[in-house]
Ligand binder design. Structure first.
Ligand code: UDP
Length: 422
């Protein structure tokens, strides 16, 4: 069950755990003139200059309110360029020492970067004072933005894109998140029920107090290729025209499970695998291991390393099936919904937020995470039965449009921001 709407303003002085639920995802958007005129000015903060799923989600949101918002990035990169291209105001506050904090940060690591952290906390707080709401989009942004609450005294929203467990994060990091969420965050919005459940388990907060807002995927970008000649598209992308192509999209990282897809491909004699994505956060050794693995399996001629691509809809349209192979629970999985919007059959690893998106045998196919034999078998089943694959893809497109539309995502987020600001 989801939280119900609360017409009373949020009491910012109360910790999140004792506050009323803030948002009803099924409620109609607030669209009155009064609401629009009261639309708050938002300072968004994100730690990454790279384009991961959280950044694409923020790109759309920031794009919907460029005149009333600014984005602070804690490191520079192509994300800044993309934000500026849509007219967003961007400020990069990079501190090399703080950027050095890694996911599995130890207590000692954290101590060394305290001076840098304090500088960034102050800088963000100073900027936040010019806005009505502080919207924190990543965990490092949460830490730096929420710690400064006594200085900026602005309502804080955290969009939680992670499943907060020890498989993914260090003990020290989880402890910091736990206490900040309890005492310095006014509203947490989770990107899936799986993410919300992990927050509830970590903090003891009632899960009903954590609204779930799924990422939205713009259908227009995928509709561009309706009726496209797939052979011509493949020629343009440098892919084999006649081969049966499985596409796996996402950054190259061990937990994204590209190695599982390679092992499955070795069991499927003439299928090809296209890996679209790059190692974004220092996983270059894994990228090399994948190439070595393909060579060792004798399938290098059937594996295409496409690198990072901007035009994901085009690449998805060129595929026969879209794979998702994460070996750990995926908090959401934009690439799955994108495959659905591209009207492709999707085979996905059944864990985390994925099971909130894919209904096995209805709008896609679920397999056990990390199970090579099950993945190879699923690919074989869909390949052998094109009409079933088409039926799944048709339903997938309907679900992508109804459940994960961009309009719905932006409306609900705008509603959440408005509510937190009141
Ligand atoms: N993506 C992209 N180009 C690539 C590979 C991935 O633009 O070459 C995009 C992809 O379309 C998706 C996002 O990166 O929107 C990845 O989001 P997802 O939720 O699947 O994974 P995350 O990065 O959050 O772990």
């Amino acid at each position: 069950m989801r939280p119900t709407i609360d017409a009373t303003p949020l009491a910012h002085s109360l910790p999140l755990s004792s506050r009323p639920a803030a948002l009803d995802p099924s409620a109609p958007p607030a669209a009155s003139a009064a609401h629009v005129s009261a639309t708050p000015n938002v300072l968004f903060v994100d730690q990454s200059g790279q384009l991961g799923g959280a950044e694409f989600a923020l790109l759309e949101l920031a794009g919907s309110c460029v005149t009333r918002s600014e984005v602070v990035l804690l490191s520079d990169g192509p994300f800044r360029t993309r934000l500026e291209a849509i007219g967003a105001r961007v400020q990069v506050m990079n501190d090399a020492r703080v950027s050095g904090i890694v996911r599995q940060a130890s207590g000692l690591n954290c101590l060394r970067v305290v001076p840098g952290i304090l500088r960034q906390v102050r800088a963000i707080a100073q900027r936040a004072r010019a806005f009505d709401v502080l919207f924190l989009n990543t965990q490092k942004a949460l830490v730096l933005g929420a710690l400064g609450k006594p200085l900026h005294r602005r309502p804080v929203i955290w969009y939680q894109h992670d499943i907060l467990t020890r498989e993914h994060f260090g003990r020290a990091q989880l402890t910091v998140v736990k206490w900040l969420v309890r005492f310095a965050v006014d509203l947490v919005v989770a990107n899936s029920q799986a993410s919300a459940n992990s927050l509830a388990a970590l903090t003891g907060i009632d899960v009903q107090r954590v609204p779930v807002i799924y990422n939205g995927i713009g259908a227009g970008a995928f509709g561009r290729f309706d009726g496209t000649d797939v052979a011509a598209l493949r020629r343009r992308l440098g892919l084999p025209e006649q081969a049966w192509l499985a596409g796996l999209f996402g950054r190259l990282a061990p937990w994204k499970g590209q190695h599982v897809a390679l092992d499955a491909l070795a069991r499927l004699p003439d299928a090809h695998l296209v890996l679209v994505g790059a190692p974004l956060f220092g996983e270059d050794a894994y990228a090399q291991r994948l190439r070595d693995q393909a060579a060792a399996l004798g399938i290098a001629d059937r594996v295409h390393f496409a690198g990072f691509q901007d035009d994901v809809p085009a690449w998805m349209k060129a595929m026969d099936v879209i794979l998702h192979t994460s070996t750990e629970p995926e908090p959401f999985g934009r690439v799955i919904v994108e495959g659905m919007a591209a009207v492709k059959p999707v085979i996905a690893a059944a864990a985390g937020g994925v099971t909130e998106i894919v209904r096995h045998g209805k709008n896609g196919w679920l397999v056990k995470p990390g199970d090579v034999a099950a993945l190879a078998e699923a690919i074989g089943v869909l390949r052998a039965d094109p009409s079933m694959a088409q039926r799944l893809a048709t339903q997938a497109q309907i679900d992508a449009h109804t459940e994960f539309s961009m309009e719905r995502y932006v409306q609900r987020m705008t509603q959440a921001i408005g509510q937190a600001a009141r």
